[in-house]
Design a protein around this ligand. Sequence first.
Ligand code: ADP
Ligand code: MG
Ligand code: MG
Length: 893
Amino acid sequence: MTKWVYSFDEVAEAEALAGDWDSVRGLLGGKGANLADMTRLGVPVPPGFTITTVACNAYTDAGGVVPEGMWDQVRIALDGVEEKTGKKFGDPKNPLLLSCRSGAKFSMPGMMDTVLDIGLNHDVAAELAVSSGDPHFAYDSYRRLIQMFGSVVLGNPDEPYEEILEEFRKKTGVATDAELPTDALKEIVERFLEITPRFPDDPNEQLKLAVEAVFKSWSGKRAVDYRNASNIPHDLGTAVNVQTMVFGNLGDDCLTGVAMSRHGATGENHIEGDYLFNAQGEDVVAGIRATLHLEDMANDMPHAYEELLAISDRLEKHYRDMQDMEFTVENGKLWLLQTRDGKRTAQAAVRIAVEMAEEGLISKEEAVMRVTPDQIDFFLHPQFTREDREAATAAGKLLAKGLNVSPGAAVGQVAFDADTAVTWAEAGKKVVLVRPETKPDDVHGMLAAQGIVTSRGGRTSHAALVARQFGKPAVVGIAELEIDLEGRNMAVEDTVVNEGDFISIEGTSGEVFVGELPTVVPDIKDRWLSTLLGWADEFRRLRVMANADYPVDANRAKEYGAQGIGLCRTEHMFFEAERLPTVQKMILADTAEERQKYLDILRPMQREDFRGLFEAMSGMPVIIRMIDPPLHEFLPGHDELEEELHDLEESPSATSGDEIKEVERKLGRVDDLHEENPMLGFRGVRLALLMPEIPRMQARAIIAAACDAKEAGFDPKPEIMIPLSIHVKELERVKAIVVDAAEEIMEQRGVRVDYQVGTMVETPRAAMTAGPLAREAEFFSFGTNDLTQTTFAISRDDAEKSFLIRYVEEGILPVNPFQTLDRLGVGGLIKIAVEGGRKQRPGMEIGICGEHGGDPDSVALCHELGLDYVSCSPFRVPIARLAAAHAAINDAG
Ligand code: ADP
Ligand code: MG
Ligand code: MG
């Protein structure tokens, strides 16, 4: 016979059957398992029992039929409770009242329902009024039962009940329900019964219907949506906990509250919480009455407070984590009604993990594992301060609240369509895209925006999914937000926001403010964060480097813990305003001599940049990539030149003849360089081969800068990287140019520096021929963006706009391969290349550079593939450090 029901004191039986604690939680739900566990620990928990998740699943599978034997087992468990409490369920003389509470394996706050005070009817209430000596309490409990039963079990709307309560509050002149006089409560009970005709008088019937309602709530829309959004499997089922009521509403020596063993926002090691005198559980969270701070309880009820502190401490030590507890004091006696691991902000997660390790409660390794790379990301994201949010709210600037689907703060000008968002973003504006809802056509606008707001849609809407995927703060489902796409404005009641106006959104709380709120970037030097990352460094095997083009970025990267530069893109130095004209002349030169003239101007500039990098990263590798992009990117466009030509012809002057000639020459070169698919065209190593003056200049600048740095007492470690090679012969030639230039400079200077020449692996051919490539290349770096493009044969810019997001939404691809490395395809090529390269050149240094280097799952794959390092943007270095530690710890065991 299946055991469907476990009393709270049968936790040992549950463990014997289920195996480990995780399975006990699966069987009894998180709430039930912990209630039983607390009972075993001797923590005061009102007696009760748990109906298992297996029973719930059996009920659901049978189309809403309770499994055989379940009610009999409930009856037996109930007998046990009656014995322990000395009360009897349904007996007016000495009634046992029960709560019926849902509780799945993973907490789903507010998703499923609870009914309190089961067991009351006319007779029981009347007797209870006498026997408790507190008629107010008896009828307060009774009216609560009818209302909860009506809404939770019978599915009635809440408003009619609230209207009646409001009517009586007005009539009797009180502010809160707790103050309603007993006579009013009696009348309210009658009125409630009128609108709840199906309320059963029979306590057993009440219990049965309540249990079934909890079973059903598992398949309700609210719960299904929640599980979809939080990746909780649908086949877990919920348990039902039936428990003796304890009363926080039995007079002034009664209270009810919630407590966190540490501060959920800051992580401070001090119990915090709220409570209410003369109230029942839901009142505290419902926010109808202003709650009191837990510290006050030390004065108000010192004994119970001391006991609560001791229990809180004990539970923390037992569960080895911060606890979120519900408690009630009935006539001075403390009862615990729930405990679970508490939810916390990223800041609190870091501080609690570090302090618990310092206290010896958990190991350093566990501390590192308790914080997710995403939390580090969030920790370091720009945020609004609480003070600023509160001030904005007080000043009436809170426009609306919606669903908080993607965390982070964003400030920008409202744009009502994707194209506008893109145009404005390209013009350097910060925008927030606001739409009724988003579609695949809007993705380019979503990417261009700082944040996203929609008036429709839920946690699993297109907007929510895409925003989370790209790390854009988003608030969706703001029902009261009226968007007028024609009129280009939006409004909540009287507040109108026009397109172009600034708004500030907070994706963690779901708030939307009018105007610009200041953002703060949290401090990387935070004591707890730096301690945690320091521990992560002890565990990881992968080195973490940064992609940085300028000395300022290099310095920031170092502050964030980077161990070198994995990618310096030299072309960024070419784009600077004062250099670009020289760069253009260099590219447009007709002869090698002329080209050399302009390169001679550029060389000292590059040398200065490189020297700054070597100084910032003294003693650490600095990998500098030779010029990579197609040359047309540096040049004016065809149309632009046509226009210039036109203007010159319109207004002739003394010099215009020569000018026209020059522009025509430029136009000819620009047209020569035009390509249908520049991404697959004249770029990378191909440039270096056809214009060898360029790599020569760059090599000279790099080595000269290294000599400068060395003479100034630094320890430069230059590595020169050749992009996009597909054949070892390319490398042979370019390497020869580089080595010649380097030797020449070092000879001249009389200084020697160690340097390496390597290549990027960005094409399937390079990966497949890694062995031969490694004859020339002293190191490899996977350019995973291009490698993904060439492996999939798709262009990122085009694909993300059109089909790629659809592919992810429809599950054709599990993730966007430009965000998380494709394990089998791209990962497979990397594996082949690593093997081929290391076979040819044992111990060669191999890593990746590009955005994937800062993506936690990709970092884990790089660890698995045996790479030496990942390189990512400076801001993601801390995330990569933690992700690398997680990979190493998971790997070890
Ligand atoms: P939720 O998951 O929404 O917190 P709970 O099942 O924990 O639902 O219960 C809702 C509220 O009712 C909580 O405040 C809880 O403390 C209170 N409650 C539940 N069971 C009892 C009981 N037996 N006696 C007193 N209060 C209870
Ligand atoms: Mg609930
Ligand atoms: Mg609860």
